[in-house]
Ligand binder design. Sequence first.
Ligand code: ZN
Length: 339
Amino acid sequence: MTKLLQTTIAGSLPKPAWLAEPKTLWAPWRLEGDALAEGIEDAVRLAVRDQVEAGIDIVTDGEQTRRHFVTTFLEALDGVDFEHRKTVRIRNRYDADVPVVVGPVARRHPVFVDAARFLRGTTERRVKVTLPGPMTMVDTLYDAHYRSREKLAWAFAEILNEEARAIEATGRRRHPVRRAGVQRLLRRGARLGSGDARASRAGPRCTTAVHICYGYGIKANIDWKQTLGRVEAVRADVSLLSRSSIRQVSLECANSHVPIELIGLLEGKDVLVGAIDVATDRVETPEDVAATLRSALRHVPAERLFPCTNCGMVPLARDVARGKLRALAAGAALVRAEA
Ligand code: ZN
């Protein structure tokens, strides 16, 4: 029988201090050239080991290969100018200097395919590879070419599909397809446009997941979250997701202002229940995690529930993140024993 309540994380983990400045988003690398390449591989090995030792079932590379979740992907594409930036308001919450789309966007070469292959080589566990969603990319750029959020999102969706299929293929070569559980994680903010759901239909055949969250625990995002709290506000997005071919939906449920009964609307989908709050240094107890999972189990059956983190843990201290990984696995074990 398949193990119930398999644990996983949203994606990122903190980087070692010798690789990048700790507790900083977008931290510059502290190594260069060959030393950087070697350092990244070592950091991936450690990130995988931390997850395996904690008891996490489906592991990621902790996004140790990327300086920034979105930008590192965009840097690999044609059509995006990183030299001449423009200041834009990000999701009406804060200002940022962003790259500019100056021509048709295109994928020059594989972006995370080698990293996915390396990750598989480090572990026998199922692996998950994360990619930024089309709308997340649209929201972090100034578009001087398409002049249409929808057209630009579709161009990104096609690029992501190419990349996801190439990542999936790294599993076919090493393992039988059924064992190779690449999951495509399309990240974006709380609002979901029709482009995302349409893109999901053209996705690879491995398990695909969409992560919906409210950003890292920076003040602008935390303040904005206080305005959430009504199922009605996100019901349309959830129903769009339910009709898509995306297999898993990842939501923040620990200390979330979004009511837990929302996950009951995700009929037929696996639900990655965020039971770890990444916006606080306080390490949850296994019992805290178990309480979140038990409340989720009132709305989704155990066969479709995957205990997860609310979001990435890159801004946290490493010992805090390790503690949270252990709490997640231990909390899931408590609930599994009751099932
Ligand atoms: Zn997130």
